[in-house]
Design a protein around this ligand. Structure first.
Ligand SMILES: C[S@@+](CC[C@H](N)C(=O)[O-])C[C@H]1O[C@@H](n2cnc3c(N)ncnc32)[C@H](O)[C@@H]1O
Length: 254
């Protein structure tokens, strides 16, 4: 596991998803798309963070186990949701028997891993035959999607100032990785959210409370200040500040 990634999430755990409920919104959309639980069906949420998927999955009636490599995240999750079975665990080494879960989920986790294929292999092992793996992540801009802010263009422009190996995770082809491990019934669909943001400063603060923080930590102070000033000018030039975002939901059956 990349200790740098886990340290980052330990650092942001206290404010994670508190400035704007971005992950909560996507987590709910992901859980809405799961089939209803059968009697006693167990769901494992890998990289559970503050419970964006685990909490609504529990509310839907799944027996939920939530795991995360960040002790800070697991500590907050246990504090806020004692009803969940939450454990510190690496996605690449799941401490469960074969054929344990009916469903495994992972919200915005797979793209952060150094070895996402090892995690896919582990998920396949702990799923019951026919069990569902559903995970979300970024990906290509879906047809017809338009950002309601200019941050995407700024990220593309400022990426040139990152040190070599700045950023997180390893690129991987999601559905190909599922197919390579024997998953079937593969599909991908895009999810979209729109959140009203009170002001430009809140938008900037939101960017500091999750994985994107790494991008800013890796920029020089001068480039960070320039990014911030240009983002705020862009947002203030718009009639209203809106966080309009997409994510891809990938699914396959073991
Ligand atoms: C962007 S957050 C997503 C959290 C949650 N699933 C959500 O949707 O809000 C990514 C999470 O993955 C966890 N993570 C990073 N690397 C991991 C690893 N190797 N194994 C397990 N969890 C990991 C982080 O600690 C963090 O909580």
């Amino acid at each position: 596991m990349s200790s740098e990634v886990v340290e980052l999430f330990d650092r942001v755990a206290d404010r994670y998803d508190e400035v704007l409920p971005f992950f909560e919104a996507f987590g709910r959309l992901c859980v809405d798309r799961l089939p209803p639980p059968g009697p006693g069906d167990r769901l494992l949420d890998v990289g559970a963070g503050r419970g964006a998927i685990a909490v609504p999955a529990h509310a839907r009636g799944f027996a939920v186990t939530a795991t995360d490599a960040s002790a800070g995240m697991v500590g907050r999750l246990r504090q806020e949701h004692p009803e969940l079975d939450a454990r510190v665990m690496d996605a690449g080494r799941l401490d469960f028997d074969d054929d344990t879960f009916a469903v495994v989920t992972a919200g915005f986790v797979m793209h952060l891993l150094d070895d996402p294929r090892a995690a896919v292999r582990e998920v396949k092992r702990v799923l019951k035959p026919g069990g569902l793996f559903a995970f979300t992540g970024p990906g290509r801009v879906p047809d017809g999607f338009e950002f309601a802010d200019g941050s995407d263009a700024l990220f593309a422009e400022f990426a040139q100032y990152l040190p070599p190996r700045g950023g997180m995770g390893e690129p991987f082809e999601e559905l190909a990785a599922l197919a390579a491990e024997g998953f079937t019934d593969l599909d991908e669909t895009d999810l979209r959210i729109e959140l009203a943001v009170p002001d430009a400063e809140t938008f900037w603060q939101w960017l500091q409370t999750h994985g994107t923080r790494k991008f800013f930590d890796d920029l020089s102070a001068g480039h960070r200040a320039e990014f911030r000033a240009r983002l705020i000018a862009d947002l203030e030039s718009r009639e209203r500040v809106v966080l309009h975002r997409y994510a891809w939901l990938y699914r396959g059956r073991a």
